[in-house]
Design a protein around this ligand. Structure first.
Ligand SMILES: [Zn+2]
Length: 434
């Protein structure tokens, strides 16, 4: 027996290293990493701890490639309106009135709790006071690529916009040695809320610090149209002219994209985040994710903030992705379940720069693993567990969650923080809103 070893044994192991389900398989976890993946016929090692996974899917934790975790504070505050009014008349004023380090911490804790309980082990996040988000991520035991926001207006914690990139770079410096749970990053809001100079300086800081640059782009038709009228170019061309499109830039939304834009992004090796819940709720449109993937672009799934989704259950977004693309293309073969599951795991990990560390159960990768309980009426019978994960399961079916080999959810209960206190604190803050 080797000390510190855990064997997750039984069930349907879906390592996402190939399109195979190992029925009756097992996963060995040692020192926070995946030690081995076994098939039913393999001989199993003696270990210190055995987790019985009979009746469960055993798979990599889900990767949410886009979120603003503190925005759970604004869940359901303003719905059923266009993005411009939602943002300018509700969200920006609510942020100005209520966002401070304490509320950011409370909202981020709530989001981390929600994500871990629904099987998301990694979040790629961007907001203000992001150091508080990082503390929440560490406290709950999840993993995050966390970015400080950059915008050319006075923002929470950054009253003077001329200091916006400097503040974001200081966040990266402060958190750059906190691997494995925290990987810092910088997030420019959009090409229309950041000047060309801000965009270029922020990307330069990312290059110098060796971190991911993130940006919302082409979310609405209006923003693309306006730039075309003013400058005669697309936002992708603008970003490329500023040398921002490369393998360490993540483009979020990508709803209004021409095939020329797609070719450009593919040529630069730039990655993308698809946010079907947020884009449909705000009626922005649908990212041509299948076409992007056909061109070799890594596309992950994102929930966006809880103010525009309105939950952070990535199972929800998996189902939406599969069904929306079929309906939109009038092709039932489009966006099959395996493709969607890859987007929520390995492709998402690649999109946020962690493809070598997470996203599949390849031996040597960090042990971020979830168990999804298939012993439920809505998941019976289990002809095909991959189909169930995309078309029938929800985050509430997640039984156990491991991050870095550490169990953080057991039997549907979070082990790291008191969920009741986290919810009570958010309710206390929310009582001052509206
Ligand atoms: Zn967003």
């Amino acid at each position: 027996m080797t000390r510190g070893t855990t064997l997750i044994n039984g069930g349907w192991v879906i390592p996402m290293t190939d399109r195979e389900v190992y029925e009756g398989g097992a996963v060995l976890v040692k020192d926070g990493v995946v030690g081995a993946v076994f098939r039913a016929e393999d001989e199993l090692p003696e270990v210190e701890t055995v987790v019985d996974a009979a009746g469960c899917v055993v798979m990599p934790g889900l990767v949410n490639t886009h979120c603003h975790s503190p925005m759970s504070l604004f869940r359901g505050l303003a719905d059923d309106m266009p993005l411009a009014s939602w943002l300018n008349e509700h969200i920006f004023p609510a942020e100005a009135a209520h966002i401070n380090p304490e509320t950011v911490r409370a909202g981020a804790l709530l989001s981390c709790v929600e994500m871990l309980l629904s099987g998301t082990t990694t979040v790629c996040d961007g907001y203000f006071y992001e150091g508080e988000v990082a503390e929440a991520v560490v406290e709950t035991g999840m993993r995050g690529v966390l970015a400080h926001g950059v915008i050319d207006f006075p923002a929470p914690g950054v009253p003077d916009p001329s200091e916006n990139v400097e503040k974001a770079a200081a966040f990266v410096e402060a958190w750059k040695d906190r691997w494995p749970l925290v990987t810092p990053s910088i997030f420019c809001h959009t090409p229309y809320t950041c000047s060309e100079k801000t965009l270029a300086v922020a990307k330069e800081a990312c290059r110098r610090l060796g971190v991911l640059f993130q940006i919302h782009v082409a979310e609405t038709e209006d923003e693309v149209q306006r730039l075309k009228e003013e400058r005669g170019i697309s936002p992708y061309q603008l970003l490329d002219d500023l040398h921002i499109l490369d393998e360490t830039t993540l483009l979020i939304h990508n709803v209004w994209m021409s095939s020329r834009d797609m070719d450009l992004v593919a040529r630069r090796g730039t990655t993308a985040s698809h946010n079907p819940g947020s884009n449909t709720k705000l009626a922005s449109g649908l990212c041509p994710a299948s076409a992007l993937m056909e061109k070799g672009i890594h596309v992950g799934l994102g929930t966006d903030g809880a103010a525009s989704n309105n939950n952070l259950d990535l199972f929800n977004d998996m189902q939406l992705t599969a069904k929306l693309h079929k309906a939109y293309s009038l092709d039932p073969v489009a966006m099959d379940a395996w493709t969607v599951l890859e987007m929520a795991t390995l492709e998402g990990a690649k999109a946020i720069g962690l493809g070598g560390s997470i996203g599949s159960l390849l031996p040597g990768k960090r042990a971020d693993i979830i168990l999804v309980d298939m012993n439920k009426p809505h998941l019976t019978p289990t002809h095909n567990p991959v189909s169930h994960l995309v078309y029938a399961a929800t985050g509430a079916d997640v039984r156990d969650v491991f991050v870095e080999g550490r169990q953080v959810v057991k039997g549907g209960r979070l082990l790291t923080v008191d969920v009741g206190s986290v919810m009570a604190e958010v309710n206390r803050i929310a009582a001052f809103m509206g």
